[in-house]
Write a protein that binds this ligand. Structure first.
Ligand SMILES: NC(=O)c1ccc[n+]([C@@H]2O[C@H](COP(=O)([O-])OP(=O)(O)OC[C@H]3O[C@@H](n4cnc5c(N)ncnc54)[C@H](OP(=O)(O)O)[C@@H]3O)[C@@H](O)[C@H]2O)c1
Length: 258
């Protein structure tokens, strides 16, 4: 029986790349995002069985519908909570609705879909959940408050799940994937130019996803693709809190966000 992977945010960027690489690994796919036509195009290009599930995962009803699909899939071996977006502007100046949609998508949808997936996976003693966070999970920046906070939550949530699964001796895996700047539609959607971010900091979605899947093979809990970002996370986290806050205060908040 072929395994099934459900990928949220599969209509572009990192999510679409997960679909391509998982298809090569022999997974059948359930592709979720709002743009059904983009998902259908991707599905048609892949040599595996693909189901297109159009859903706005910032909307409770749509999340419940997708969670039902997750619960009802006995072949589900991988859930990738990847759908996400960034916003601009200071927290209190940015539209509240957008900030709330970000929490609904990054936090509430991740909670509901992961809950739906893990019940069956733990029972079958097989499967994995990848939560696509960001290196922004390890820092804070102005005009990026909700993004950093929700991505930090994704890492903390994944770490907590790991403790529970290991406590049970379960074979089920979880991973927090924490990419840095990655070529995708992310910055276009946010209306932020890529030009202000040094070229050397950009990664290809292909490499980010390959690192994540290699990490899964090695049961890695936190995957930070790219040596520059790994170095940043390792060193920055060791600094005293007051130093980190002072450095983040000085960092130019309009340079871009990951
Ligand atoms: N690119 C970067 O520099 C970077 C760095 C670190 C982390 N990340 C994270 O990587 C993940 C993927 O982003 P990406 O870089 O691949 O950006 P992207 O190309 O803009 O892809 C975002 C995906 O999320 C989907 N999405 C957005 N809102 C949604 C909603 N309400 N309901 C369902 N799907 C929704 C989009 O599909 P529809 O518009 O069709 O719904 C799209 O498929 C995000 O979680 C992002 O935070 C990105």
């Amino acid at each position: 029986m072929r395994p099934v992977a459900l990928i949220t945010g599969a209509s572009s960027g990192i999510g679409a790349e997960f679909a391509r690489q998982l298809a090569r690994k022999g997974y059948d796919l359930v592709l979720v995002a709002r743009r059904a036509e983009r998902l259908a195009e991707l599905a048609a290009s892949l040599p595996v069985q693909c189901e297109v599930l159009a859903a706005d995962l910032a909307e409770r009803g749509d999340v419940q519908r997708v969670a039902g699909r997750v619960r009802g899939e006995p072949r589900l071996e991988l859930l990738v909570n990847n759908a996400g977006f960034g916003t601009k502007g200071r927290f209190w100046e940015a539209p509240l609705a957008e900030q709330q949609r970000m929490h609904a998508l990054h936090v509430d949808a991740t909670v509901e879909l992961t809950h739906a997936a893990l019940g069956g996976m733990v029972q079958r003693a097989k499967g994995a959940v990848i939560n696509v966070a960001s290196v922004a999970a390890f820092s804070r920046s102005q005009s990026n408050v909700s993004y950093c906070a929700t991505k930090t939550w994704m890492v903390a949530f994944t770490e907590g799940l790991e403790l529970e699964l290991r406590g049970l001796g379960s074979a089920v895996q979880v991973q927090a994937l924490c990419p840095g700047f990655t070529y995708s539609e992310f910055h276009d959607t946010m209306g932020v130019s890529r030009d202000r971010i040094p070229k050397g900091l950009w990664m290809k979605a292909e490499d980010v996803v390959a690192d994540s899947l290699r990490g899964l093979d090695h049961r890695k809990l936190i995957v930070v693709p790219g040596w520059r970002y790994r170095l940043f996370v390792a060193l920055f986290g060791r600094l005293p809190h007051s130093w980190r806050m002072a450095m983040q205060q000085r960092s130019p908040h309009t340079r871009g966000r990951v």
